[in-house]
Write a protein that binds this ligand. Structure first.
Ligand SMILES: Cc1ncc(C[n+]2csc(CCOP(=O)(O)OP(=O)(O)O)c2C)c(N)n1
Ligand code: SF4
Ligand SMILES: [Mg+2]
Length: 245
């Protein structure tokens, strides 16, 4: 394993789920090839990843990392492009980019650091915060249902759809590696608790489980992603590759 963590001052909160994603990338970087990999970051707590890793990177704008990543890939198709984005980035400001990149099967990997909150701007609800979530933008509780991004990705034809969890770093590392190696668009939702504003560690630890199969046929995947709808606080949460074309 190559140590690519820079000695830069790290301002993530102690215990932040982003450390798990940093570790997962560190685990696989020598296997996917450090010199031919580019990390394209959005803006938010997750975006600081570009500052903390000794890896080729491009610090993009909030919601624009997926567009920038496609530009990088067009410039040099030999590169592995990993767009490291927040849920605010991917499912709010950048949702149109996410949908169209999936639809056109752009050969990039999107990893979503989904803490289910706008964290850097100190606690506003996002599309995947559960109904009833109390935050600075929803002081009386979020009134809308959460969206299910995996369902959306399958509906628009994404060729690789997976979910990982920072509490299972080896499993997460394997999923990211598979996503990078997949030819075409790959989408990986990562459950990343934010210990400051949305600490879901205990809840996820109780509910997550790994899919037994390597991946599922499309119809089965479409059913499986409905098991947890992001509002339900009781159902089990499947991890793994749901679908691979
Ligand atoms: C176009 C635009 N809108 C809003 C902002 C302000 N902004 C900066 S970070 C951020 C929240 C990021 O949330 P998320 O993408 O979920 O990342 P996290 O901080 O949770 O990792 C916002 C709204 C911005 N920089 N640019
Ligand atoms: S605010 Fe949340 S996401 Fe941001 S560094 Fe702290 S724990 Fe991590
Ligand atoms: Mg977020």
């Amino acid at each position: 394993m190559e140590n690519i963590v820079l000695p830069t001052k790290n301002t993530w909160c102690p215990g932040c789920g982003n450390f798990g994603i940093q570790k997962a990338i560190t685990n696989i970087v020598s296997e996917i090839g450090k010199e031919k990999t580019v990390l394209v970051s959005g803006v938010g707590c997750h975006g600081k990843m570009a500052d903390y890793l000794d890896i080729n990177s491009f610090y993009s704008l909030h919601g624009r990392a997926i567009a920038s990543g496609q530009g990088v890939k067009m410039g040099n198709e030999e590169l592995n492009v990993i767009c490291s984005v927040g849920d605010g980035d991917a499912y709010e400001e950048g949702m149109a980019h996410l949908i169209h990149a999936a639809k056109r099967d752009a050969d990039i990997t999107v990893i979503v650091h989904n803490n289910r909150v706008f964290a850097l701007t100190i606690n506003q609800a996002t599309s995947t915060s559960p109904k009833g979530f109390i935050s600075n933008s929803t002081p009386q509780g979020k009134t809308e249902e959460a969206i299910n991004p995996l369902k959306i990705m399958l509906a628009v034809g994404a060729g690789f759809v997976a979910r990982g969890y920072v509490g299972k770093i080896d499993h997460l590392s394997r999923i990211i590696k598979q996503g990078v190696e997949h030819k075409g668009f790959s989408f990986i939702e990562i459950l990343q608790p934010c210990v400051a504003w949305h600490n879901t560690f205990a809840d996820y630890n109780e509910r997550v489980y790994e899919l037994e199969k390597e991946f599922l046929p499309l119809q089965e995947a479409e059913e499986k992603v409905k098991e947890w709808d992001y509002n339900n606080m009781e159902s089990k949460i499947a991890l793994g590759v749901f679908y691979k074309k």
